[in-house]
Design a protein around this ligand. Structure first.
Ligand code: NAD
Length: 427
């Protein structure tokens, strides 16, 4: 049976390389639709945990779904990459593509996955690259290597597409079903087969067929668009501080009933994707603007530490309660988190920092706030919206400084509760 028919009849096996934040939900959504999925990871600890039905990431509904598809034997996990390639008709690559310390894309995980895949027969198989990559990677790295190593022709002997992942962490399962799917085929046969595959997730799912290069750039442009907008909001915050104004009030006034303004609020911005994706374009001479956004966003944690120092003098020996460690609201992921950068900068100043994050194993909030000289709201987790100034003031030291990185607290309320106030974007 041809691959297209196998997919239409759901009589195929899928291998997913990489069982991280992207690969695990992706595997589970197909397994939940009766596709046999083999999850492959080089990290034996992840594989062993998943075998026991323990998820390695936090996502709404994921634990239950994992247990269900495992008990139905629709999802198996293994470190045996070669065996998985042999068995699979569709191979999806979701391995990490972080940056090196000198801000170059690190392709080592991708190269390793390609080595494993190309060492076996890929005849008649569809390969989907889903990791975020610099433009031209699918055609000039993946396709070239697969052709050279296997002697096979793309579009005839095997199929290849770039289909970027665009989910929001924390909403992966819901968004895998609902987001339109960009299908960047290396040729039209590959695109047609990949589009059919995604209909399994949701027959109403929109598919947008384009070239691999366009798909690679579309993924990068959408993340960079968000990231530079956050940087601009942070730039506005610094300008507001300079003028002794309130950035939240200014942005509210600017956006109100005015369709052409949609300015986001300022706040520490980062995370494993936004932090790095601009640097996937480091091969072009045109990314000064993107790099400026990166420098601005990356400077915010230290900016807040410096402003804190101006307010309290020497930080050495002070007790700091850090509320939040994740890279953004309502997730448990700390990769490239601005809050972690804040924590490290405070430790370097000699502060004694206690951390509470409702999504990460950490100390209870009462003990963290107890006797604190400085309380820093570093992450805009929903749970923190219920915190009141009175509650914080009762536990912290008298005249403690509340540093608000997200505009959660009204400065007057903080002062009325007997604390001092410092806010990003508030002069
Ligand atoms: N995290 C997100 O929400 C998100 C969203 C969109 C796109 N992306 C992109 O998707 C890709 C994956 O991101 P992630 O957050 O899932 O990364 P991750 O680090 O959570 O997961 C990657 C997994 O791949 C495994 N791995 C590494 N080499 C392997 C190999 N050769 N064979 C099999 N497994 C291997 C690792 O052990 C790890 O478990 C990245 O390119 C990222 O930029 C991520």
């Amino acid at each position: 049976m041809q691959l297209l028919d196998k997919i239409k009849n759901k009589q195929f096996t899928m291998a997913v390389f990489g069982l991280g934040r992207v690969g695990l939900p992706f595997s589970l959504i197909f397994a939940a639709r009766n596709v046999k999925v083999i999850g492959v990871d080089v990290d034996a600890t992840i594989v062993e945990r998943l075998k026991k039905g323990i998820t390695t990431i936090r996502e709404a509904g994921i634990e239950e779904l994992l247990k269900k598809v495992m008990s139905e034997q629709k999802f198996i996990v293994t470190v045996d990459a070669k065996g998985a390639v042999d068995e699979a008709d569709v191979i999806v690559v979701t391995v990490g593509t972080p940056l090196t310390h000198d801000l170059r894309p690190d392709f080592s995980q991708l190269h390793q996955a390609l080595e494993m895949i190309s060492s076996r027969s890929i005849s008649g198989k569809l390969i989907i690259l889903r990791s975020t990559v610099p433009p031209r990677t699918t055609e000039e790295v993946v396709c070239k290597l697969l052709k050279e190593r296997t002697g096979l022709e793309v579009g005839r002997d095997f199929y290849l597409t770039y289909c970027p992942e665009r989910i929001l962490e924390g909403r992966a399962l819901e968004e895998l079903e609902t987001l339109p799917e960009i299908i960047g085929g290396v040729d039209s046969a590959s695109s047609i087969i990949a589009a059919e595959l995604f209909k399994i997730v949701n027959p109403k799912k929109r598919t947008i067929i384009t070239s691999a290069k366009t798909a690679e750039l579309a993924k990068l442009f959408s993340n960079i668009y968000r990231y530079v907008n956050f940087a601009l909001a942070n730039q506005f915050a610094l300008i507001a501080e300079y003028y002794g104004a309130d950035a939240y009030e200014i942005i509210k006034v600017a956006n109100q009933d005015y369709k052409r303004a949609n300015i986001p609020i300022p706040g520490p911005s980062g995370g494993p994707c936004l932090y790095k994706d601009g640097y996937m374009l480091n091969y072009t001479p045109f990314i000064d603007f993107i790099k400026s956004a990166w420098h601005l966003n990356e400077s915010i944690p230290l900016h807040m530490v410096n402003r804190t120092k101006e307010k309290v003098g020497c930080l050495f020996g002070l007790k700091v309660a850090l509320l939040g460690l994740a890279f953004k609201a309502d997730v448990d992921d700390t990769r490239q988190s601005p809050a972690v950068k804040l924590l490290n900068a405070l430790k370097a100043e000699g502060c004694e920092v206690a951390v509470h994050d409702p999504y990460i194993a950490s100390a209870p909030i009462e003990s963290v706030l107890s006797n604190a000289d400085i309380v820093i709201l570093a992450v805009n987790h929903s749970q923190f919206k219920d915190l009141t100034c009175q509650y914080i003031a009762k536990l912290a030291k008298p005249r403690a400084l509340l540093v608000d990185c997200w505009g959660f607290f009204e400065p007057d309320n903080v002062r009325k509760a007997g604390m001092r106030y410092l806010g990003l974007g508030r002069g």
